[in-house]
Design a protein around this ligand. Sequence first.
Ligand code: KIV
Length: 269
Amino acid sequence: MGPTYKRVTTNVLQEMKNNGEKISMLTAYDYTLAKIVDNAGIDVILVGDSASNVMAGHETTLPITLDNMIYHASSVVRAAKRSLVVIDLPFGSYQGDSKKALRSSIRIMKESEAHAVKLEGGSEVIESVERILKAGIPVMGHLGLTPQSIYKFGTYTVRAKENAEAKKLVEDAKLLEKAGCFSIVLEKIPAKLAKKVAKSVKIPIIGIGAGSDVDGQVLVLHDMLGMNNEFNPRFLRRYLNLYDEISVAIKKYDKDVKAKKFPNNNEEY
Ligand code: KIV
């Protein structure tokens, strides 16, 4: 799909799956980059809680707050003319209390004007999923590696390699579909299992480290642009090496300032 201004909706994503068209999704956390992503024709912009790592420098996604997420989400929504904008419910804003989950989702929808929310987990959070959906708010699920549970897993390695976890993941995907979720993200699971899930449910399955036999792909924008040279999972394809390119530009500026070469006569009033 090219960059037209016809808004991508949850129905459009379903049509894309039905027609066998792949769905593209990237994260964004600010107005400037979201504008580039939207204009480039990406179908879904995820304001991920990975902002906790990427924007704030935290080790995990746990510290980011609902207020932080709403700030990032509002900036992205102001930029997105075509993409569907999905916002992560941060850790602590929905687990174990479905009424709190609904209040958090309503705040996101009212204060940022986003189009949908995403949350992590299956049967453990189904009451929250159902309550949010009943209020008319579209929900995207997230299964497999769910970073908000990192201290339960203890590691960021591939999930659902064992039969019991794989079986639960397929059941959770069906549960989320039955509840009314419009899509599910599958993170870092075997490609064979992801293919099975994408065939077992009718709603679009978006993968990250889940192979190619799913309905769409998502990456963290800063990772695929190569702005971070410390994160090197096998699933990451870097389309640029911006860390090096930006460093070269900044060093050149520093050198010019110190050598009194910036500004020159044409750059002053
Ligand atoms: O927070 C995030 O960026 C995500 C993606 C990795 C799917 O949830």
